[in-house]
Design a protein around this ligand. Sequence first.
Ligand code: PNS
Length: 161
Amino acid sequence: MKNTAIYPGSFDPITNGHIDIIERASRIFGGVVVAVLNNDEKKHLFPVAERLAFLRASLKHLPNTVIKTFDGLLVNFAEKCGTNLIIRGLRMVSDFDYEFQMTLTNRQLNPDLETVFLMTDAKYSFLSSSLVRQVASFRGKIGHLAPPAAAAALKKKFGGK
Ligand code: PNS
């Protein structure tokens, strides 16, 4: 795919905010590789196979999107994919410190890597995977926060509406 960009993350689980960013990216770039971090050190609620399944079920409407896993350094995965473009979503100013740190770390590792930030729709500016997990764990409503595949799995895990 020409002009391919990577959208990396833990996606534990994918939220409607992630989908909003992927839809925006798929309109801008020739292809989007949604790259799911498969890192044993991090404690995830869902194993990587389930996180991938939620992504597959939720991104069927975007034909120029492929879903992959990666471990180790993102810069190495980008090299393997043959691209130097990374996409990250920005919600609020509070995201900035973390994103700035990651971007500059990646740039030190590979000066050719460019991170492109896309702003999420205002209605998702508060939304994160951890918030969705927390609401679900207390059996709150999450149907408007996460796509059906992820919401159903959360409801199965915790019960609730
Ligand atoms: O959206 P997330 O879950 O905060 O994503 C974080 C992610 C996966 C993009 C980041 O942790 C990452 O790139 N991990 C791979 C290891 C790496 O390359 N670290 C150096 C840059 S911080």
